[in-house]
Write a protein that binds this ligand. Sequence first.
Ligand SMILES: Cc1ncc(COP(=O)(O)O)c(C=O)c1O
Length: 398
Amino acid sequence: MSTPLSTAAVDALRAQTPGTQTTTHFNHAGASLPSSATLEAIHAQLWREATMGQMEAGGFGREQSERARQLAAQLLNAQASEIALTTGNSFAWGAAFAALGRLKSGERILVGRHEWGGNLAAMRIAARRDGVSIEVIPCDASGATDPHALEAMIDERVRLIALTWLPANGGVINPAAAIGQVARRYGIPYFIDGAQAVGQVPVDVVALGCDVLTGAGRKALRGPRGTGLLYVRQDFLSRVTPAFVDTHSAPLDAAGEPVLRNDAARFELAEASLALHGGLANALKEALDIGIDNIRARIDSIAQHLRGQLAALPGVTVLDLGVERSGLIAFNVAGLDASHVQRSLAEQGVTIGSNGVAYTPFDMESRGLQEIARASVSYLTTDAEIDKLLNGIRALLR
Ligand SMILES: Cc1ncc(COP(=O)(O)O)c(C=O)c1O
């Protein structure tokens, strides 16, 4: 059992996070700030590698990889054998998608309107190659992906349903479990991009009904860059053959035949940064110790407060969709490009993000948006930081 995050608990967590002393960070959706213990875990393995020899330190490093896998499984309500450690969200998503193999001409891929641009790039290349279509699932009136609209689109040609659960360009939390119920009812493969979800909201892959779910280490989990998670449902494994393999994912048997691993680690390679796995393991442990429900509750309350404050500023338009919302607040400042807002705030020591069309093209185009500024919070975010951000925006408006 975990206890709700008190101000004292947040202060203690901030004291263990060097970045909170040096920057006012509202780009947790881009990448969050790791704790000192996460840095130490990385450093400890690098030191072992430097002093013992890199291969010789591998035994310790592999223990950390397995720890990260176990903790990730716990976080997602999965089996450890269903988790692969990757170098990021895109690698995880792209590897799983490529592992579907060739698609049949005339097949259809149904995607949420907020789908991440990198996933779309992979789908579009395959669509052109194989003659399949990519179709957008309509949204409900709030701007969230509509499971009823999805159901109306289903026929025997639908090969994949892909959803970005918490999009990169506006606070909506899509109804991923309701979409999963449709996918399960019709037996259609279902991929969830959980880059912004893992570490921010409770994730239960069984309840979601997904075949594949991906996550990034560096975002809400506060792990290091260059880490990510790939969940592949055990029963789905036989339907995915990695686009390439190595001595770890498909070792050769005595007859020289490749033996593809029968767990999700078929998506891993022998060579990996074991130091980063150690950092990821520590970040996962911290998230589990704090409690994802507590993290979600605190992010939600901070984001709602900031959203309200931003909306109240004359000249600021909040561009968030949906009813249930994440810690990412999209907005624009009248007369100023989002990238200009980002740069100007950076000069005042406040970091936010900004997106163009390419990150979430269907959604940006459907809303007629060229750019959005985005302020994304963490459970570490304080009222003083929010005041600094708002004052910075007020200064821009003057
Ligand atoms: C929803 C979503 N999907 C995918 C990505 C890409 O993740 P990565 O950089 O780990 O490949 C991002 C990154 O911002 C994202 O927000």
